[in-house]
Design a protein around this ligand. Structure first.
Ligand code: CA
Length: 370
């Protein structure tokens, strides 16, 4: 309908066009264009679950914001807020959902209370590696499902970082059998936490910034965090001495960027593409950073801080795998959306695991054989 308001708009536009024609000169047209571009700067806030300047995760979010700002020539200006600066770390989802901030950076397993199916897009115990989850999200149907899970919250999700295989965690005692998890209070988020519960432990969900103190004061007995590069920066070796691998519970954790859907839809087409492309860049760049830096950090932990590096015993891993399979089935049985995501995820895991048996795994085994 042609309302008074829309008529007003048309009238102003018509007047501007008439002025341009009347001016005639190319310079004037350019000036006018510049003025219009300037007026179109969009300012976004990005809230994150990470402490300020936190290596890898926090800096990954900051790089993403900087890239969007620079790729758009400053038309979309994204300002980052560390955990607690604008909202507490575990309120990022709600803040972006209601539009307090246009963008957020975190990990989808933090939101299992809102949408249980969200957990499949961060980390699944004995699930997909970084390379595999990227393949599922980008070319295996994962992204369409992720968008479906977030749509009711008015959010658009993106993969925006990956840690690669994490470490199994920091313990104050040795883990020699599955019984050693009995009564263990451990900071371990998401599905890994559910598995811990199944083998007799108590999972605790704490944001990164609170882990060290909790472990040092004995509020928790053990913790997992990320891997050597991040764990060294946190000083976790000062609070526990046994460092276990592999991170069966987080084999390729995807970090996410979420965008308020209304804010995203309001962007012109090129800025939408820039936001998506910058997310894709951030996703790869973080994985590359962790892959490049983890081993040096591990050497420092072992050589300079006397950390005892230990593999989980084979039987322990086998029992954790059984508990994981049960846990995933239970999550799938909980609600329709979780079942849909679970089916897609498991089908992909089965196919990619067969392919990787004759490619990645076969090659790495051959390369590193004595
Ligand atoms: Ca972790």
């Amino acid at each position: 309908m042609f309302t008074a308001k829309s008529f007003g708009k048309w009238a102003v536009a018509g007047l501007a066009a008439a002025t341009l024609v009347a001016c005639g000169g190319g310079e004037k047209v350019e000036e006018q264009a510049k003025a219009e571009t300037k007026a179109e700067v969009i300012n976004w806030k990005m809230v994150t679950t990470w402490p300020k300047n936190f290596p890898g995760l926090g800096t990954g979010a900051e790089k993403l914001a900087k890239n969007i700002t620079e790729m758009s020539g400053g038309r979309l200006n994204v300002k980052v807020y560390a955990a607690g600066e604008l909202v507490p770390p575990l309120e990022v989802f709600d803040a972006v959902s209601r539009g307090t901030a246009e963008m957020g950076h975190g990990a989808s397993y933090y939101w299992k209370g809102k949408a249980p199916a969200a957990q499949f897009f961060a980390a699944v115990p004995f699930g997909l590696t970084a390379q595999e989850i990227n393949a599922w999200v980008s070319h295996g149907g994962g992204m369409a499902l992720w968008e479906e899970v977030y749509a009711p919250f008015n959010l658009v999700p993106m993969a925006a970082g990956n840690t690669g295989v994490q470490m199994g965690g920091w313990f104050n005692k040795e883990i020699n059998s599955i019984n050693d998890f009995q009564g263990l209070k451990m900071r371990i988020p998401g599905l890994g936490g559910e598995v811990l519960k199944k083998v007799g432990g108590t999972p605790v969900n704490l944001p990164g910034g609170e882990i060290f103190t909790a472990l040092q004061t004995g509020t928790i007995d053990a913790t997992e965090w990320v891997g050597p590069y991040n764990d060294l920066a946190f000083g976790l070796y000062k609070a526990a001495k046994f460092y276990y691998y592999p991170g069966w519970h987080e084999p390729g954790t995807t970090l996410e960027a979420m965008v308020n859907k209304t804010a995203f839809e309001a962007l012109p087409a090129d800025l939408k593409l820039i936001v998506k492309a910058a997310g894709r860049q951030a996703n790869q760049d973080m994985l590359d950073e962790f892959t490049a830096l983890n081993n040096d950090a591990l050497v420092t932990l072992v050589n300079d801080h006397n950390v005892q590096l230990k593999p989980f015993p084979k039987e322990v891993l086998a029992q954790l795998r059984t508990a994981s399979d049960e846990t995933l089935k239970e999550v799938a049985a909980g609600d329709e959306m979780s079942k849909k995501v679970y089916d897609s995820f498991m089908d992909f895991r089965s196919k990619v695991s067969k392919w990787h048996a004759v490619s990645e795994r076969a090659y790495i085994n051959a390369r590193d054989a004595d």
